[in-house]
Design a protein around this ligand. Structure first.
Ligand code: ZN
Ligand code: ZN
Length: 456
């Protein structure tokens, strides 16, 4: 679900449908179709040439950003918020170095006379970002999430102030979040090489946090809005639709509505192309969603059942101190309130061999087993343990719902994995497709696509 959609800037390019699904090139800060991503001339990530161009582009973006940033207004605002304690002037030249590291945000450190340090966080301007309205919504949503998490005593940095855009920024120049600086290093940098004792300690703490989130469910699926009175609204989305507009999804009262909307949104962004495999991919996913997600017939019985999930929990969002305690969980931009089956699977960093790369294993790994055993034995939540042990297939379903339907990656990886998760006798895309062409022989859209293809 993270495909940004933009018109390919290559001269004369008229790519449509999944061929137009965007590929971001950091070297030139443009989003290309699949063909022009490979051929537009920036080289391949990892090459020296690509790296040089990337650093040049980062420098251009950074200097444009710094030109619009009033550092004196920023330190003045911080001083006011910190009870008049002087915030030390910031040297633009040192910022140059610290802000060149890439990522989705610029983090400007704010040092006070007392030695205290805050961070001012700005969205990094980039062609990869969604519409300005969605950027504002994402910022407000993230603040709302931090406030909610602080209210349930979840370890997050304190938020001192925020502005949704330049207009509300006290002359600083951009929307911002002012937050506490947390001292710690990313979990992802130590977990793999850590001793068993350390891993156990961290898994236990992470299980306690899972219990805490599960203890504070919501009545609807969506994103948190309204920092001052957090409530569930439409999903914050980091991509545009096929018309290059920002789609509006949710909020949803039922799990099945959420899954169907995710899939239909993906299909509608790729439906411009007369491609049989893309359409069959959509039909495949429609079957998979129907088989894995029971359709809700009753209305919400009054029990809230949807859970806040950090959807990018690969481990760099958790900060660990020298004694291996979790000091904070950060970067909640684009986090959603989701159905339990997706919200309470084990975090991605726990499932070491989860299909982040090429591995699409459905087997539970030792860390997941340990994580689940804490949920079951120490926290007396066997229901959460079961979700952590069996939830991996929902992670794959979610990923496939946002995949490029009919692409090689989808057909070679997503489809066989979901077929296995469903316990199907059919093992491969080709096998499924052969049967589906017969099964859907009367499908109007499929007939239309076959006719058009035969005319080409
Ligand atoms: Zn490029
Ligand atoms: Zn193109």
């Amino acid at each position: 679900m993270s495909i940004p959609q933009r018109r390919c800037p290559a001269p004369g390019c008229e790519s449509k449908g999944y061929q137009a699904v965007a590929w971001y090139c950091e070297a030139c800060d443009e989003v290309f179709c699949e063909v022009h991503d490979a051929t537009h001339g920036c080289g391949v990530p990892g090459d020296d040439e690509y790296w040089d161009r990337t650093m040049q582009t980062r420098s251009i973006i950074l200097h444009k950003f710094l030109n619009g940033l009033d550092l004196r207004a920023l330190t003045k605002r911080a001083s006011v918020l910190n009870g008049g304690c002087e915030c030390l002037p910031i040297d633009k030249d040192t910022l140059d170095e610290t802000l060149m590291s890439g990522g989705q945000h610029f983090l400007v450190p704010l040092d006070f006379r007392t030695g205290e340090r805050w961070l001012a966080r700005f969205q990094r301007p980039s062609n990869q970002r969604p519409s300005p309205a969605m950027c504002q919504q994402a910022l407000l949503s993230e603040v709302a999430v931090y406030k909610f998490l602080a209210s349930i005593d979840f370890p997050v940095p304190k938020i001192f102030d925020y502005a949704m855009n330049e207009e509300h920024s006290y002359g600083i120049g951009y929307g911002y979040i002012l937050m506490e600086q947390m001292n710690g290093f990313p979990l992802s940098s130590i977990f793999d090489g850590a001793s068993q004792e350390t891993r156990t300690k961290i898994l236990r703490e992470a299980a306690a946090l899972q219990v805490k989130l599960a203890a504070h469910p919501f009545h609807a699926i969506g994103a948190l809005h309204e920092p001052d009175a957090p409530q569930v609204g439409t999903l914050t989305l980091s991509w545009l639709d096929a018309e290059f507009e920002q789609p509006s999804l949710g909020p949803f009262a039922h799990s099945s509505e959420f899954w169907e909307a995710c899939l239909h949104n993906t299909w509608s962004s790729q439906a411009g192309v007369a491609d049989i495999d893309a359409y069959l991919g959509f039909l495949f996913m429609r079957e998979a969603v129907a088989a894995m997600i029971p359709s809700d017939t009753s209305s919400d019985s009054g029990n809230p059942q949807f859970i806040l999930r950090h959807l990018d929990d690969k481990g760099d969002h958790i900060l660990i101190d020298d004694d291996n305690n979790i000091v904070a969980v950060i970067d909640w931009e684009y986090s959603w309130i989701v159905p339990k089956e997706l919200g309470l699977t084990a975090p991605l960093w726990v499932g070491e061999d989860i299909g982040i790369n090429d591995e699409y294993s459905l087997q539970i790994c030792p860390a997941e087993r340990e994580f689940a055993s804490f949920l079951r034995d120490e926290f007396a939540r066997p229901d959460l343990a079961v979700l952590a042990e069996t939830g991996r297939k929902y992670y794959y379903l979610h990923r496939a719902c946002g995949a490029v339907l009919g692409s090689n990656d989808f057909c070679d990886h997503d489809v066989p994995t979901l077929l296995r998760a469903l316990g199907s006798q059919t093992a491969s895309w080709e096998e499924w497709k052969t049967a589906a062409l017969e099964r859907y022989a009367d499908d109007e859209k499929l007939c239309d696509l076959r006719e058009r293809q035969s005319l080409v």
